[in-house]
Design a protein around this ligand. Structure first.
Ligand code: ADP
Length: 262
C-alpha cells in the first residue's frame, strides 16, 4: 500500500487571499496518480482553502472567554466547509481519471490532544481499501481534548504519518511545489542546495546543520512528521509535483529527483 500526499501548494494557489484552485495542476496531477493501480491512500493539503480561515479565526489558540469560544466555533465551521469543497473538487477530478476516490472526512473520526492525533479508528479506511476504493483524506479542523484550545488544525502531513504507521504503508510519497528539502527556502534563497537525504541525525546535529534553522513553516513541520515516520522504519520521499511526469514516475517506482527522509 502506498500513501501519496498531494501538497496544498501544488493543488491550490497557496498565497491567494481567497480559496483558489490550481485547476491545470490538479488535472495533470490526477492523471499522473492514475498510473498507480494497487492499494493507495491519497491525502491532500488544505492550501488556501484552510490557511485563510485557520489564521483568521486562530484555531488552535487558547480560548480565554465565551466570545472567543463562539468565534472559534464559527471558524471551525468555515474551515471544514472550505476544505470539504476542495476535497470535493479533487475527488471529482480523481474519479474522472478513473480513480475510485472516496472521501473520508478527517474531522468526523479524528480527535487530537494538544494538536496531536489521539483518537483515530482506521477500521473504515482498511475496509474501503479492501473493497478496492482509494480513500482520500485531507488537512482539517478537528476537536481537541485540551479544554484550553478545544479545536485544532491537523495537517495532511500529520495524517500521513499516523496512517503510514497504523496501516503499515510500503511507501510514502509527498508531492510539493519544490524539488525537496533544501538548505534554505529555495523560493527566497537562490543559493539554497537540495538535500538528497535527511535523517534523524541531520535534524539533531544543529551545529553542523545550522541552515536547517532557516527551514520555516510548512517545510519544517513536514520534516518533523517525516522523521517520526523514519523512526518507525518507514521511508518517505518529497518530490516536485510541478514537474510534469514526476508523480507518474514516482508511483511507477522509477527514480525521481527529490529528498528521501529515512
Ligand atoms: P505542501 O503544501 O506541498 O505540503 P508547504 O507549503 O507546507 O508544502 O511547504 C513547501 C514550501 O516550503 C515550499 O513552497 C517552500 O517555499 C517552503 N520552504 C521553506 N523552507 C524550505 C526548505 N528548506 N526546503 C524546501 N522548501 C522550503
Amino acid at each position: 500500500m502506498i500513501i501519496i500526499k498531494l501538497g496544498g501548494s501544488a493543488l491550490t494557489v497557496k498565497d491567494a487571499s481567497t480559496p483558489t484552485l490550481d485547476e491545470e495542476n490538479l488535472d495533470r496531477i490526477a492523471s499522473e496518480v492514475s498510473y498507480y493501480n494497487d492499494d493507495m491512500i491519497i491525502v491532500h493539503g488544505a492550501g488556501s482553502y484552510g490557511h485563510i480561515y485557520a489564521d483568521e479565526y486562530k484555531i488552535g489558540d487558547v480560548i480565554t472567554n465565551a466570545n472567543e469560544h463562539l468565534r472559534r466555533i464559527e471558524g471551525v465551521c468555515k474551515t471544514q466547509t472550505s476544505v470539504q469543497q476542495l476535497n470535493h473538487d479533487i475527488c471529482q477530478k480523481l474519479q474522472q481519471k478513473g480513480i475510485p476516490a472516496i472521501t473520508i472526512k478527517p474531522s468526523s473520526f479524528i480527535v487530537t490532544n494538544q494538536k496531536r492525533i489521539a483518537v483515530c479508528d482506521t477500521t473504515i479506511i482498511k475496509q474501503y481499501l479492501e473493497n478496492g476504493f482509494v480513500p482520500v483524506l485531507y488537512g482539517d479542523a478537528v476537536l481537541d481534548m485540551d479544554e484550553d484550545i478545544k479545536f485544532a488544525i491537523i495537517s495532511g502531513d500529520q495524517i500521513i504519518t499516523y496512517l503510514a504507521y497504523d496501516l503499515k504503508a510500503d511507501r510514502v510519497i509527498l508531492a510539493s511545489d519544490v524539488d525537496g528539502i533544501y538548505t534554505d527556502n529555495p523560493k527566497t534563497n537562490p543559493e539554497a542546495k537540495l538535500i538528497d537525504e535527511v535523517t534523524q541525525d541531520t535534524q539533531l546535529n544543529t551545529t553542523s546543520n545550522e541552515n536547517m534553522a532557516d527551514v520555516t513553516g510548512g517545510m519544517n513541520g513536514k520534516i518533523q512528521e517525516l522523521l517520526k515516520l523514519a523512526e518507525n522504519n518507514i521511508q518517505s520521499q518529497i518530490i516536485n509535483a510541478q514537474t510534469p511526469g514526476n508523480i507518474q514516475k514516482a508511483v511507477s517506482g522509477q527514480n525521481v529527483k527529490g529528498t528521501i527522509i529515512k
